[in-house]
Design a protein around this ligand. Structure first.
Ligand code: ADP
Length: 276
């Protein structure tokens, strides 16, 4: 389902998630919630979520990461987590701490093949249960990796949880930007504070030092200008970012002085200044 097809009226949202237009809930143990979203899949939303979490930790904040991407949870793999979370009371889950970051993923709880065929209300209900039963500990910033697109799961989350701001990820490619534009409009309709756009895969520098603009140039910059939304940063294609994600070794943890590492830390600084 996408934002064009649905009527984002109070009645509609109440129908998919009863009562939620009335009340947005904070998450216990969490001071600030930063959501990371992309209207299109495969643009690097999860990679940036993980590296942003690491960057915020390097800025001395206590950080949590919530993988709410019900259709393709990948954060545990990107952090090299293979164990499942435990519960002491049989009700609340204890996040798994890795690289000093508290992590919880909907993938720990929901079988992915089953989740793929769930209808909207089931997705909404899973997210609701999931977000209210995690024992976060003194988290300054909770980075939430939202599901891609503009569907029910995303709307439920935006409607129910007190998000302090959302970061939109896009590549400079025209088709990705069209989707990003749609996503931004949806968040604006839902009254979610948009922190800015991060352009990922903005360019690739080959061994001879030439910069190649594989997905086009300045796309996100122009979109941010047109929509009067901040461009928080531009992250190049670096092989290490991909390798780090595949091997569960987040790039910014080990290579904070790389071009991408520095840029991600800069983005984290901007975000922490915007929502203190
Ligand atoms: P999404 O969460 O938007 O679906 P992912 O974070 O899973 O996207 O990224 C898609 C693929 O691109 C992954 O293999 C990831 O490692 C890779 N990737 C993302 N950003 C970069 C980058 N800047 N440089 C190199 N590889 C990247």
């Amino acid at each position: 389902m996408d934002a064009k097809e649905v009527n984002l009226s109070k009645e509609f949202v109440d129908k998919i998630s009863p009562g939620t237009t009335k009340l947005k809930l904070p998450i216990a143990g969490v001071k600030r919630i930063i959501a990371v979203s992309s209207a299109k899949g495969g643009v690097g939303k999860s990679t940036i979520s993980v590296n942003l979490a690491i960057a915020l930790k390097k800025l001395k904040y206590t950080v949590g990461i919530l993988d709410a991407d019900i259709f393709g949870p990948s954060i545990p793999k990107m952090l090299g987590i293979s164990e499942k979370p435990k519960s002491e009371d049989g009700k609340n889950l204890i996040p798994i701490t890795k690289f000093g970051i508290q992590c919880m993923s909907i993938g720990f709880l929901v079988d992915q093949d089953t989740a793929m065929i769930w209808r909207g209300p089931m997705v909404s209900s899973a997210i609701r249960t999931f977000t209210s039963n995690v024992l976060w500990k003194d988290v300054d910033y909770l980075v939430v990796d939202l599901p891609p697109g503009t569907g029910d799961a995303l709307m439920t989350f935006s409607q129910q949880i007190q998000i302090d701001g959302v970061v939109i990820i896009s590549t400079p490619q025209e088709i990705a930007l069209l989707d990003a534009n749609r996503g931004i409009k949806m968040f604006q309709k839902l009254n979610v504070n948009i922190l800015g756009i991060v352009e990922n895969m903005s360019s690739f520098t080959s061994d001879d030092g030439t910069e190649h603009f594989i997905f086009g140039k300045d796309g996100a910059k122009n979109l941010s200008k047109n929509l009067h939304i901040d461009l928080l940063g531009t992250i190049p294609i670096e092989i290490g970012l991909r390798e780090g994600a595949d091997h569960g070794e987040p790039y910014t943890e080990f290579f904070e002085d790389s071009v991408a590492g520095k840029e991600i830390i800069n983005i984290a600084k901007k975000i922490s200044e915007k929502i203190k």
